[in-house]
Design a protein around this ligand. Structure first.
Ligand code: FAD
Length: 441
């Protein structure tokens, strides 16, 4: 099970002359997106023996591939609000609205929506808790990037939300109070101030909110760089490896996986952390846990900024347009990422042309100097729980832990939730150590 490490006594372990063997806990991390890679790093920092599994050939090829780029405590408001649901109902019949729900009947979708509505009373508490997590995540993310020396096109220029009408701005004013309780400080700005903060943005707006402490960056570059550092420091990456089963017992967790078209083989661990994005629901069901994650699809375009006019015409401050629910982030000198839409249509990764067209139109309207002849479209599935809070910590089955279900804020929250789950795993290992994991030879 665990890895035996031989330690010569006389160091900090014992004052005697004996030799000791320390059993290091072996942990499997299931999934190599942002939640899996940050969890692997946090566990490694705690001195555990970590193996990461993923079906893809490289880390961060699923939802953590081309998202909106925002590390946004200012976007911590959960969507379980009566006003948001009322607005959502009017969007159902508009083709280019920010929300789209497939009318194909599905028990899973109906049950998820019912639980989503049942969470309206938790709106306030969940928004404040999310804001707190997002603020805590900032320093962990920067620490991880510094330790790993990762360049991920970090832009520390804040996030600017802008509103086109009075009622949405007034709602945002109320949200600002909740964010403040969670430790996020954002300030109201006039139309004139909006253009002073981001001169490339054209159009007139009712007003905005600016959060100077938020930032943005490329999730994919971050994950790839951090995964490489983990591997260099001893983490085993089992890529192109599909997990087919999980068995738990008093002696640990057995992960049943197959590499490529190979045979399914078991591998034994003391614990496993489920970080499998929209795949987490299936893995949880293998150990008897219910995890009602629904895949909420979103789209992005990455605009290649060719030539000086496009580079100067693109924003450097990260943006959120409240009416269209579109977010945008500058990624280094040559790329501009624009993302939006919440589509409930099962595990469907098709890229819809009309959704991409809405993102392109938004760029052309608000940034007319940007040339959109070189654009890469993408779609990804947000792993969303109905209460919009991630599941973090111990599961019901022995040895099973979760760090998953981060929905629209996985990039923003993962560095903090990885610390929380690593602490839960080490607390469990401390219990085990008391049962004799430190053994004289
Ligand atoms: C359009 C869009 C814009 C977004 N913008 C933002 C933003 O601006 N800011 C923000 O904070 N968040 C944003 N998000 C959300 C964020 O991207 C996600 O929350 C985050 O990427 C989810 O990470 P994850 O690790 O949970 O899942 P993933 O990145 O999907 O990783 C899960 C991994 O598990 C693997 N896996 C699953 N099942 C198995 C199995 N059985 N065997 C082996 N491997 C398995 C998959 O291959 C995958 O690699 C956005 C999302 C979308 C779609």
């Amino acid at each position: 099970m665990g890895t035996w490490a031989h330690l010569q006594c006389g160091g900090h372990l014992s004052s005697n002359d004996h030799q000791y063997r320390v059993l290091i806990m072996r942990v499997a991390v299931l999934g190599a997106g942002i939640t899996g890679v940050t969890t692997a790093f946090a566990l490694l920092e705690k001195g555990l023996d970590v193996t990461v599994f993923d079906a893809n050939r490289y880390p961060a090829m699923d939802t953590s591939f081309a998202n909106g780029g925002q590390l946004s405590a200012s976007n911590a408001e959960v969507w379980n609000h009566a006003g948001t649901i009322a607005k959502g109902l009017t969007w159902l019949f508009k083709r280019d609205a920010p929300l789209s729900i497939s009318l194909r009947p599905s028990w899973r979708k109906i049950a998820w929506l019912a639980e989503f509505i049942a969470n309206v009373p938790n709106y306030r508490q969940h928004t404040i808790a999310t804001a707190r997590m997002a603020v805590e995540a900032r320093e962990h993310l920067l620490h991880m990037a510094a330790c790993a020396g990762v360049d991920f096109d970090l832009e520390r220029r804040g996030i600017l939300h802008f509103y086109r009408d009075r009622s949405s701005f007034e709602h945002a004013r109320a949200v600002t109070e909740l964010l403040r309780e969670g430790g996020v400080d954002r300030r109201p700005v006039t139309n004139q101030e909006i253009h002073a903060i981001e001169p490339a943005l054209s159009g007139d707006f009712y007003a905005g909110f600016y959060t100077a402490s938020d930032f943005s960056g490329d999730i994919h570059k971050f994950c790839r760089g951090l995964a490489q550092t983990c591997e260099r420091r001893g983490v085993t990456l089992r890529m192109e490896t599909q997990i087919h089963g999980l068995r738990t017992g008093s002696d640990g967790v057995s992960v049943l996986s197959a590499r490529g078209s190979g045979q399914v083989e078991p591998e034994y661990f003391d614990a496993a952390v489920i970080c499998a994005g929209v795949g987490s629901r299936t893995l949880a069901s293998m150990v008897g846990d219910r995890l009602p994650i629904y895949p909420v699809k979103g789209y992005s375009i990455t605009v290649q900024l060719t030539g000086n006019e496009a580079r100067h015409g693109a924003p450097t401050v990260s943006l959120l347009d409240e009416q269209t629910k579109i977010v945008a982030s500058r990624l280094g000198p040559d790329r501009f990422r624009v993302a939006g839409t919440a589509e409930l249509n099962g595990e469907n990764r098709d890229i819809r042309a009309d959704r991409i067209q809405s993102l392109l139109n938004w760029v052309r309207d608000l940034f007319p100097a940007i040339n959109t002849d070189h654009v890469v479209p993408w779609a990804g599935l947000r792993p969303m729980l109905p209460g919009m809070m991630p599941r973090i910590g111990r599961g019901d089955a022995p040895g099973i832990f979760y760090n998953t279900g981060h929905g629209h804020l996985g990039w923003t929250l993962s560095a903090a939730t990885a610390q929380a789950v690593a602490a839960a795993v080490t607390a469990a290992s401390a219990g085990t150590a008391r049962r004799g994991w430190l053994c004289p030879v």
